[in-house]
Ligand binder design. Structure first.
Ligand code: BTN
Length: 327
């Protein structure tokens, strides 16, 4: 359990300036030792804090903290669709929301965490992110149909991400099957979808999304593929509240279309942003085999179509990993 003062203090330090132990103690009406203890807890969570005798404490850089009102106002008119919960710290927003979904959480519940310490990625990977490095959230969407009808869902979510990135000024984003978002073949965002319910319905999807905001070099070195972030792409600190609001709006639109017409209606748009269309690729199978071919595109159900020496083969998202000869 994190000390209850840790995140309130971090919110004061979010301006990136020095705050003396004494001023913080006065502000929170506690002793300087209590402030020190709370910041020790922050360090235990991997948050770097500079502490300089005579000047106080500061974060390495300013951070824009999450704020529910700012998220809602960025969603705009569709804000009433969503039930947004902002958390300071969770191990994984997907794990948290999967549990909550199983005990009846409302449709369109969005869980967002300022700090996620055990973020999960596809194929058993971790999603690495310290405070302010990444926007990490999960959205619960309940479907009348069963899990069997959701095969193209992860690709549909990729389309929502591209629309949102376009709206906030990132035009060069592309999609890598099934659903990574790349800019210049470097990963900007990842999607992890977990399903609950029956094959014939109803079912529920927990849609987890991580977007790199500002990756420090030491974190980039721990990521096992080329990665980029919003700061590098725009030269600015983009407000995570703004991105989340814009994204939720597009997610809502895309999910409603998907519910009605399936992936089919979004397929052309997906292909327009496809980073590997007609490109040579290697596919790594769960059993370690490797297959080579050229990507023909995706089917109406989101299946990847690859031209191989044995003819066109179809792959469903599952555990397959796609590698381009470029990235
Ligand atoms: C991938 O690229 O492998 C998918 C990464 C998904 C990461 C997000 S961050 C929010 C949500 N909670 C998690 O534990 N994972 C997803």
């Amino acid at each position: 359990m994190t000390n209850s003062l840790t995140f309130p203090i971090l919110k004061v330090l979010a301006d990136g300036r020095f705050h003396s132990g004494e001023a913080l103690a006065q502000h929170f009406d506690v002793t300087r030792a209590t402030i020190w203890n709370a910041l020790q807890d922050a360090e235990a969570l991997g948050i770097e804090i500079f502490s300089v005798r005579g000047r106080g404490y500061k974060l390495p850089e300013p951070i824009v903290m999450l704020d529910k009102q700012a998220i809602l106002s960025s969603i705009g008119e569709q804000r009433a669709w969503f039930n947004v919960e902002v958390h300071d710290h969770l191990e994984s927003t997907n794990t948290y929301l999967m549990k909550k979904a199983a005990s009846g959480a409302a449709h369109a519940t969005c869980i967002v965490a300022s700090l996620q310490t055990k973020g999960r990625g596809r194929r058993g990977r971790a999603w690495q992110a310290g405070l302010g490095n990444s926007l990490t959230f999960s959205l619960l969407w309940r479907f009348q149909s069963g899990a069997a009808a959701l095969s193209g869902l992860s690709l549909a979510i990729g389309v929502a991400l591209i629309r949102a990135l376009n709206e906030i000024g990132i035009q060069a984003a592309q999609l890598k099957w099934p659903n990574d978002v790349l800019v210049n073949y470097q990963k900007l965002a990842g999607i992890l979808i977990e399903l609950q319910g029956d094959m014939d319905g109803p079912s529920a999807a927990v849609i987890g999304i991580g977007i790199n905001l500002k990756l420090p070099e030491h974190l980039k070195r721990h990521i096992d593929q080329a990665a980029t972030d919003m700061k590098t792409l725009t030269g600015q600190d983009i407000d995570p509240n703004l991105i989340l609001g814009v994204l939720l709006k597009h997610l809502g639109d895309v999910l409603k279309d998907f519910e009605k017409d399936g992936f089919e209606i979004l397929r052309e748009e997906w292909l327009h942003y496809h980073a590997y269309q007609d490109k040579p690729v290697r596919l790594l199978m769960p059993d370690g085999r490797e297959l080579q071919g050229q990507v023909n595109g995706v089917g109406l159900d989101g299946i990847l179509l690859v031209q191989t020496a044995q003819g066109e083969q179809r792959f469903s998202a599952g555990e397959i990993s796609l590698r381009g000869s470029i990235a």
